[in-house]
Design a protein around this ligand. Structure first.
Ligand SMILES: *[C@@H]1O[C@H](CO)[C@@H](O)[C@H](O)[C@H]1NC(C)=O
Ligand SMILES: *[C@@H]1O[C@H](CO)[C@@H](O)[C@H](O)[C@H]1NC(C)=O
Ligand SMILES: *[C@@H]1O[C@H](CO)[C@@H](O)[C@H](O)[C@H]1NC(C)=O
Ligand SMILES: *[C@@H]1O[C@H](CO)[C@@H](O)[C@H](O)[C@H]1NC(C)=O
Ligand SMILES: *[C@@H]1O[C@H](CO)[C@@H](O)[C@H](O)[C@H]1NC(C)=O
Ligand SMILES: *[C@@H]1O[C@H](CO)[C@@H](O)[C@H](O)[C@H]1NC(C)=O
Ligand SMILES: *[C@@H]1O[C@H](CO)[C@@H](O)[C@H](O)[C@H]1NC(C)=O
Ligand SMILES: *[C@@H]1O[C@H](CO)[C@@H](O)[C@H](O)[C@H]1NC(C)=O
Length: 423
C-alpha cells in the first residue's frame, strides 16, 4: 500500500549518514544440502500448485510485518519513543541495537502461525508477504534493519504450506537505493535505485537469497517470487502511467526483471515471477515477455483515493474493470485491494459484503484472484461516511464481523452480465 503523507516532503530533506551494520547470521536454514529441498513432499496432504494458468487465489497480505508501513501500524515507532515516518529513520535515530529489539519483537508477534490458522478458517489459499531487502542481504550504509526476519518467515511459510497448502508470494518490497522515494521503497526521499549499477547488483544478490530460501523450503513450488514493488523514477507521476519514464526507466526495470527471471529459471525453473504493473497496466508490460514465460502480473485495485468512487457503486464498477485489464495470453493477480472507497463508506455488514464479494467475484471470474490488504491493520483515521480505516482494511476483523467469508459463501451473483473477454 502506498500513501503520500506531508511527512514525505519533510523527509526528502533528511539525509543519511553512514554507519556500519551489525552482521547477523540469518542464513542457518538456507545452508541445508539442497538435494533434500523437497523432502517435505512425503507428508504433504494438499494440492500442489500447478502454476498461474490455472490457479485462482483467494488470499490476504501479511504486510507491515517484515517491512513496516506507518499508515498501517501508526504507533509502532511512537510507542518505542520515536515520532518518525519510516523504519530507516527510526533505526538511524535509535541505533540498530534498540531498533532491533523493537523490530524483532514485532517480527515474533505481529504474525504467527495462529494468524495462518485464523485466515485459513475462510479458506485462504494464497498469502503475499512483502519484505525489505535487508531481510536478504547486507548493504553497507543502509539503515534498514537486518535481523532474524528469515527465521520468522520460514516458520510461518512452512506452517502455511504444510498445514493448508497455501501458496506464498514473496515480495521484495524495497530495493537498495530506494525504488520509488517512498517509505516502502527504502526510505522517504531515497531514489537511487534507478540507473545505479551498484544498487542493481545488490538487488540481484537479494534475488539470489530469495531463490535460496525458496529452494530450501518444504515445497519450493508453493512459492512465487515478486522481485520489485512499484518502481518509480518519476515520483511526480506516482499513481499514473508516468510513474516510470519511457524509455529509460522502463528499460531499467526490464533489465532487472529479465536478470531476475533468468536466475529463477536457471535454479528453480518451476517458480513463477510476479511483476508489478506499477500503474502502467499489465497490458503495457506484456509485450516485453513471451506468453510461455512463467510471468504473472500483479496489479493493485483501490477505490480509496482519487477516483471519486462512492462505496455503493463498487459492485457496478469492479466487474468491468477486472474484465478489461488482462493482457491476452497472460495472467493477472490482484496483489492488493481493500474495502475503503473515497466517499460514502458504510459500516453495515451487508454493504461491506457487497463491496468485498463483488470484488472477489470479479477477480475470480476474469483474473487469477486477489489478496486483501491487509491481514492486520491498525490505522484509525476516519473515512468518508462511517467508521475508520480499520473497518475497511483489517482482514482478521472482517472475518470476526462476518464480512469476509469462505469463497463458497461469497455471493456469486455479481458480474453475471459482464462477459469474459475472448481475446
Ligand atoms: C509527530 O510529529 C508530527 C510532525 O512533526 C507532529 O505533527 C505530531 O504531532 C507528532 N506526534 C506526536 C505524538 O508527537
Ligand atoms: C514457530 O511456530 C510455532 C507454532 O507453530 C511456535 O511454537 C514457535 O515458537 C515458532 N518459532 C518461531 C521461531 O517463531
Ligand atoms: C494436513 O496435515 C496436518 C498434520 O500433518 C493437519 O494438521 C492438517 O489439518 C492437514 N490439512 C489438510 C488440509 O488436510
Ligand atoms: C548509487 O546509490 C548510492 C546510494 O544507494 C549512492 O551513494 C551512490 O552515489 C550512487 N551511485 C551513483 C553512481 O549514482
Ligand atoms: C503494483 O502496482 C500497483 C498499481 O497498479 C500498486 O498499487 C502496487 O502497490 C504495486 N505492487 C506490486 C507488488 O507490484
Ligand atoms: C520470445 O522467445 C523467443 C524465442 O526464445 C525470443 O527470440 C524472443 O525475443 C522472445 N520475445 C520476448 C518478447 O521475450
Ligand atoms: C451512499 O450509499 C447509500 C447506500 O449505502 C446509498 O443509498 C446512497 O445513495 C449513497 N449516497 C450517494 C451520495 O451516492
Ligand atoms: C446477492 O447479490 C445480489 C445483487 O447482485 C442481491 O440481489 C442478492 O440479494 C444477494 N444475495 C444474498 C444471499 O445476499
Amino acid at each position: 500500500m502506498a500513501v503520500f503523507t506531508v511527512a514525505f516532503l519533510t523527509a526528502l530533506a533528511a539525509s543519511a549518514s553512514v554507519k556500519a551494520l551489525p552482521t547477523l547470521d540469518v542464513r542457518h536454514n538456507d545452508q541445508k544440502d539442497h538435494k533434500d529441498w523437497n523432502k517435505g513432499k512425503d507428508t504433504k496432504n494438499y494440492t500442489e500448485f500447478e502454476g498461474w494458468n490455472t490457479f485462482k487465489g483467494y488470499g490476504s497480505n501479511l504486510g507491515t510485518w517484515l517491512e513496516i508501513e506507518v499508515t498501517n501500524t501508526p504507533n509502532i515507532f511512537l510507542d518505542a519513543g520515536y515520532n518518525v515516518t519510516d523504519e530507516w529513520t527510526f533505526c538511524r535515530e535509535a541505533g540498530f541495537e534498540y531498533c532491533g529489539q523493537v523490530l524483532e519483537n514485532h517480527y515474533a508477534t505481529y504474525y504467527t502461525t495462529a494468524d495462518i490458522d485464523k485466515i485459513a478458517t475462510v479458506g485462504v489459499n494464497v498469502i503475499r508477504i512483502p519484505t525489505t531487502y535487508a531481510a536478504w542481504i547486507e548493504v553497507p550504509g543502509s539503515f534498514l534493519y537486518r535481523g532474524n526476519q528469515l527465521k520468522y518467515l520460514r516458520n510461518v511459510t512452512d506452517y502455511a504450506i504444510k498445514t493448508y497448502g497455501i501458496h506464498v508470494i514473496l515480495d521484495l518490497h524495497s530495493l537498495p537505493g530506494g525504488v520509488n522515494g517512498l517509505e516502502i521503497g527504502e526510505a522517504f526521499g531515497n531514489q537511487d535505485w534507478f540507473f545505479n549499477q551498484t544498487n542493481f547488483d545488490y538487488s540481484l544478490q537479494a534475488v539470489d537469497a530469495v531463490i535460496e530460501f525458496v529452494k530450501s523450503s518444504v515445497a519450493p513450488e508453493q512459492f512465487t517470487i515478486a522481485p520489485i514493488n512499484e518502481p518509480s523514477d518519476n515520483l511526480a507521476g506516482f499513481g499514473s502511467p508516468d510513474i516510470v519514464t519511457e524509455p529509460a526507466g522502463v528499460d531499467w526495470v526490464l533489465k532487472y526483471l529479465r536478470a531476475a527471471y533468468a536466475k529463477i529459471q536457471a535454479r528453480c525453473p518451476s517458480i513463477w515471477l510476479m511483476q508489478n504493473d506499477s500503474f502502467k497496466g499489465s497490458r503495457f508490460w506484456a509485450p516485453y515477455w513471451n506468453t510461455t514465460d512463467k510471468i504473472v502480473f500483479d496489479q493493485h485495485l483501490y477505490f480509496f483515493a482519487g477516483d471519486g468512487v462512492y462505496g455503493n457503486l463498487i459492485p457496478g464498477i469492479t466487474c468491468g474493470q477486472a474484465a478489461a485489464i488482462k493482457p491476452p495470453g497472460f495472467n493477472v493477480f490482484i496483489g492488493e485491494f481493500s474495502l475503503q472507497s473515497q466517499y460514502n463508506n458504510s459500516l453495515l455488514v451487508s454493504r461491506r459484503q457487497e463491496v468485498y464479494d463483488s470484488q472477489v467475484v470479479s477477480f475470480q471470474k476474469f483474473l487469477s484472484g486477489g489478496a486483501f490488504w491487509n491481514t492486520k491493520f491498525q490505522g484509525m483515521m476516519r473515512v468518508n461516511g462511517e467508521g475508520t480505516q480499520n473497518d475497511y482494511w483489517n482482514f482478521e476483523l472482517l472475518i470476526d464481523e462476518g464480512v469476509v467469508r469462505p469463497l463458497s459463501q461469497v455471493n456469486m451473483s455479481y458480474c453475471l452480465d459482464t462477459p469474459v473477454p475472448t481475446s
